[in-house]
Ligand binder design. Sequence first.
Ligand code: SAM
Length: 306
Amino acid sequence: MAKPKRPIRPTYQAKPSNVNPPAHVAKTASRSTPKVIPLVIGGALLYFGATYTTMLVYKSKQDTQKDIERIESNEEVTTINPENFDTTTIWNKIAGDYDKEISTDEFWMGIGLLRRWLIGKARGDVLEVSAGTCRNGKYYKPDQVTSLMFTDKSEAMLDQAQSKFSEYKDKFKNAFISFQQASIQEVGQLKGQKFDTVIDTFGLCSCDDPVEALVSLANACKDNEDSRILLLEHGKSHYDWLNNLLDKNADKHVTKWGCWWNRDFMTIFNDERVTKELDIEQVSRWHLGTTYYVVAKRKSASKTQA
Ligand SMILES: C[S@@+](CC[C@H](N)C(=O)[O-])C[C@H]1O[C@@H](n2cnc3c(N)ncnc32)[C@H](O)[C@@H]1O
């Protein structure tokens, strides 16, 4: 049977007009627009959280498997801690493969965006500590930087940094660039050298004493209103279930990756020795709270002595 024909509706022709839309249209439009922003932010947080958790669970399963193999082969398992384990041995070993190993994880977790956001703030005389393979190199803005010094405790990592930076050095014709092997604890005492911006990304997890390291970063800053410490770190999460996973696998993780991934940075920032030297101006946390984006300021010498 032939379908009855639908009556043809006159096509609505939008007229260019300056007449206000009907009240219900205006209301719908104004109600839907603001919802987009929370949806995008919520979606991004969910995405980064889920990506981080997946990678973490995958890595912890790999580590657990290795642990079973170690126990089965009767290999001695000793308890390690920052006092008896220097991560530099690991960094010297993995320096050549580090970028290859980490790039995909960083890409999916959006770490490049956080690096760009943080490093874009660097200005004047800049010190980057625990510089690793110079993964921040491409995010510096040459017109904002007067000098740029990269330091790291591991010679092998610093060599990688130096060769990676050669890709960008033409952009920095007017800035003085240097590389120096130094531990994070030493940079506060570099002779005659103080900086407008002191940067550390994912280095406080690797050193033996993050409190002492933060005090050293404060001492490396010029004693003026404008100098800043910029940090991107990873450590304890907002959630106990995730912290349990980090704690359980901390020793395996440090022997493979040279970092203590379960450090409680909010407690570290509130340590009396840190609060005496630094004011934390901004902290935002990502990846279920495990990634910390921080802007801090050295307390002026006059305030510290008061
Ligand atoms: C996770 S990597 C981070 C590298 C780089 N900052 C980045 O964002 O990719 C940690 C770095 O900290 C360095 N490191 C470990 N202990 C250190 C210490 N006590 N002082 C200075 N650097 C240290 C390691 O050699 C390594 O290059």
